[in-house]
Design a protein around this ligand. Structure first.
Ligand code: ATP
Ligand code: MG
Length: 644
């Protein structure tokens, strides 16, 4: 895709916790002796009962069973809070930045402890016991973190549902998790707009049942309260004691269920457990982001996604970090908001998604350049392949050429980062997630399951377990086995396509379903999209295959233009030629549809499954669209689909 390499900057090399040599040495050890490596790493958290066994795993299709530190016990909230109190009670644990730029709060570890204990006692008072599922449907307010940690404290299992989801999507998740308790807020606030969270819960509970709804006040809006079912959090908190001892929780007891974002179909209730998950989240947070004592760390994800779980709440807090939680959106009140927040709170480490970077790139450099960003040392990316064009812009404009970018590949199912550079060790190639993290054994296989060697392209599998791996799909172990362990028996199948170059760097080419076969040539959608986005007039692109009489599959590209650029026949031709030149004639699009917007999941990922249906002229079979951020985009695409 690009031959560019950015060497590790000298200052980073000199200060590196893990340099290139140490990475190679530790990596070798981590795969040769996982018990030794992870047994040591697990000492970074505090255990109640120490474990004597480390890894007990079977990927055998007839008996998939995954256990780490199985006979140990601990408590995640204790590790994220109590353990830090002797030396960091007055340190800020959470910086909360409101949607309205005039609102922010600093919550110390002492205050976090008080708040989480109260919340835990409220849950207990409402009958929540170890193992019970609690649905959390909250906006990005500190109470979301309190509620998650309160569940962890008493051994309850949380299922966080993104606050942007519809009542239907919420109902499905409450029912699937068999959750009796729902925690919500009166309203959420994002981008200056209010969303009726409590009303949505009421609508969801007309379809499915729950015994108790706890309502946190965010805006003070008047909401219906159903007697006997609905309780105001603030009233309940006054009735309970302020201290709540943490429960002893088995390493393999569940910590949370999280439904995948639904880009490819019906969301799965991915189940994560306690000990291994926390070790993995904390270690990756420290090493991939080079987190250092005193850093202000900001991940812009929502707690409704796994990124928010592992890299806003659990990883950073387990490391005693200061983690920033942002209620708003990148373009409110202006497109400078991210950079203004960085300056306001002196953020050292900034972690966001390609969708946000591309959108901000479309607004030009000026809104970035008018801010300082001097505090930032490291940038991160997650969620989709980051096309080299966006990577370069992020690096040059946002990071002023001085900040390494860690492109982190992982999934809801992996619990934490599996492939990413370590900033003091790994030279960067724009668009590549680079090298596996410790203990992670990626392999590339062809359709028949043959393991490919050297530089190659195929499907990405992971040959052995890692501590943060999901253990099952809640209530449906068979689906877990079917989805991840049957395509390539004995290996975890990621569902992603991947290329490995001669230097051993991994390049995610998109989901396997998105690979297009043109006249026998396999083309990753990510590569064609990157070529389109490299054109100066293109802001965003999504590419899918469609049936083609001669080639087998043709290439259909949806293109969003930069602000101020008008679509034209000439531009269409120019783009086709451009891709031909950038990649090859085989990759040149058969159809280009100019689209003002693309259908995205609430986490900002392009839903290619819908684009495929439109390209195939099958408007009636769009499938589940309940996780779409803006369904009206789809109508526009159908209306303006070019004939043919
Ligand atoms: P579903 O599984 O329901 O279709 P989803 O896969 O979008 O939803 P997530 O677990 O949030 O849900 O996303 C993981 C996927 O996101 C990966 O499998 C990969 O396709 C993509 N991804 C995440 N990070 C990166 C990255 N750094 N580079 C390339 N792709 C990435
Ligand atoms: Mg997935």
């Amino acid at each position: 895709m690009t031959d560019k390499i950015y060497a590790v900057p000298e200052a980073w090399r000199n200060e590196a916790r893990v340099d290139a040599e140490k990475y190679a040495e530790l990596y070798r050890r981590s795969v040769a002796d996982p018990d030794g490596f992870w047994g040591e790493q697990a000492q970074r958290i505090e255990w109640i009962a120490p474990f004597t066994r480390v890894k007990e795993v079977s990927f055998d299709t007839h008996n998939v069973a995954i256990e780490w530190f199985g006979d140990g016990s601990t408590n995640v909230a204790m590790n994220c809070i109590d353990r830090h109190l002797p030396h960091r009670a007055d340190q800020v644990a959470i910086i909360w930045e409101g949607d309205d730029p005039s609102l922010s709060r600093h919550i110390t570890y002492r205050e976090l402890h008080e708040q989480v204990c109260r919340f835990a006692n409220v849950l207990k008072a409402h009958g929540v016991r170890k193992g019970d599922r609690v649905t959390i449907y909250l906006p990005m307010i500190p109470e979301a973190a309190y509620a998650m940690l309160a569940c962890a404290r008493i051994g309850a299992v949380h299922s966080v549902v993104f606050g942007g989801f519809s009542p239907d999507a919420l109902a499905g998740r409450i029912e699937d998790a068999q959750s009796d308790v729902v925690i919500t807020a009166d309203e959420g606030v994002r981008g200056g707009r209010k969303s009726p969270l409590k009303d949505n819960v009421d609508a969801a509970l007309e379809k499915v049942s729950a015994k108790t709804v706890i309502v946190v006040t965010r805006t003070g809006a008047k909401v219906d309260m159903k007697p006997g079912r609905d309780f105001r959090y603030e009233d309940e908190a006054k009735k309970v004691p302020e201290d709540c001892p943490y429960a002893e929780v088995g390493a393999e007891d569940p910590l949370f269920i999280l439904y995948t974002s639904g880009s490819t179909g019906k969301p799965k209730g991915v189940l994560h457990t306690t000990g291994g998950y926390l070790v993995h989240a904390a270690l990756t947070h420290e090493l991939v982001f080079d987190y250092r004592e005193g850093d202000v760390y900001w991940c812009t994800a929502d707690v409704g996604w796994v990124t928010g779980h592992s890299y806003i709440v659990y990883g950073p807090l387990a490391n005693g970090a200061t983690t920033l939680m942002f209620e708003g959106v990148p373009n409110y009140p202006t497109v400078s908001r991210f950079w203004e927040v960085i300056d306001k709170h002196k953020v050292d480490i900034f972690y966001t998604a390609p969708t946000a970077i591309r959108a901000l790139m479309g607004a030009g450099e000026e809104p970035v350049k008018k801010t300082s960003r001097k505090s930032v040392r490291l940038l991160g990316s997650v969620g989709e392949p980051i096309n080299p064009e966006a990577w370069e812009w992020y690096h040059r404009v946002v990071g002023e050429g001085r900040c390494p970018i860690v492109d982190t590949w992982w999934q809801t199912e992996t619990g934490g980062i599996l492939i990413a550079p370590l900033p003091g060790a790994t030279a960067l190639k724009p668009g590549s997630a680079s090298k596996p993290f410790f203990g992670v054994q990626p392999e590339i296989v062809d359709a028949n399951g043959n393991v490919l060697e050297g530089a190659c392209e195929g499907n990405l599998v992971i040959a052995d377990s890692w501590p943060g791996q999901a253990r099952t799909v809640f209530g449906d172990h068979e689906r877990f086995v079917q989805t991840y362990f049957t395509a390539y028996p004995g290996k975890y199948f990621t569902g992603d396509g991947c290329r490995r170059d001669a230097d051993g760097y991994y390049w995610i080419t998109g989901r396997v379903d998105d690979v297009i076969n043109v006249s026998g040539h396999r083309l990753g959608t990510a590569e064609i999209e990157s070529a389109l986005v490299a054109h100066e007039k293109v802001a965003e692109a999504a590419v899918v295959g469609f049936p083609h009489a001669i080639k087998g599959q043709g290439i259909y590209a949806y293109v969003t233009l930069m602000g101020g650029v008008e679509p034209s026949e000439r531009l269409r031709k120019e783009l086709v030629d451009f891709v031909r030149k950038e990649i090859s004639a085989i990759a040149s699009p058969d159809v280009i549809q100019f689209a003002p917007g693309l259908p995205k999941t609430r986490s900002g990922k392009i839903m290619r499954r819908i684009l495929r249906k439109i390209a195939e002229n099958e408007f009636g079979a769009l499938g589940d669209t309940s996780t779409l951020a803006d369904p009206s985009v789809v109508d526009d695409l159908i209306k303006n689909r070019p004939a043919g």
